[in-house]
Design a protein around this ligand. Structure first.
Ligand code: HEC
Length: 151
């Protein structure tokens, strides 16, 4: 009995480790070229994600916005850490809901929030059911910024 418990605890630990590794791999394959390996972004070109995504993901509307950015991309001017970015974020709707949730949750975990807020696959499924344009996502961000000032 005790042995079964120990083995399942080990399996759970291994599965959690595998999930984090998958998310890190997803990030380096799909995001690091622009947002950089450390998710600190490139001044004036690609906004920093580290230390900001956890703060945006605190509210349900914030999590919805993050899912929408990944699914539909974004075009328009935004401000991040007080600096302006006018760029184009590509859509990643070819990734599964679970992969989008896991890469966003992984980025959230790079920030200082304890515990870091998680984005669930269900958050992404709900966002996928209500398609937006990339410009629509920029408008959604403005509305979010008015309701909950973004970092
Ligand atoms: C081709 C470059 C590029 C790639 C690849 C890319 N992004 Fe972006 N991303 C951008 C740009 C540029 C913006 C800002 C868009 C704007 O100014 O409207 C952005 C914005 C974002 C935002 C919104 C930040 C905010 O402050 O609201 C998130 C979240 C994000 N990206 C996450 C990701 C993730 C996760 C990946 C990988 C799955 C990724 N990006 C891949 C260029 C990229």
């Amino acid at each position: 009995m005790r042995r079964t418990f120990a083995v399942s605890a080990l399996l759970i630990a291994a599965a959690t480790g595998a999930r984090a590794e998958t998310a890190a791999t997803l990030y380096s394959a799909n995001c690091a070229a622009c947002h950089r390996a450390d998710a600190a972004g490139v001044a004036g070109q690609y906004p920093p994600l580290k230390g900001r995504i956890d703060k945006i993901a605190v509210t349900a509307e914030g999590r919805r916005y993050l899912a929408d950015v990944l699914l539909y991309g974004m075009v328009g001017q935004i401000e991040a850490n007080g600096a302006a970015y006018v760029g184009y974020m590509p859509a990643f709707n070819r990734l599964s809901d679970a992969d989008i949730a896991s890469v966003l949750t992984w980025i959230s975990s790079l920030g200082g929030s304890k515990p870091p807020p998680a984005i669930s696959a269900a958050d992404v499924t709900a966002a996928r059911a209500q398609p937006l344009t990339a410009a629509g996502v920029a408008k959604q961000r403005q509305a979010l910024e008015a309701a909950h000032p973004l970092p």
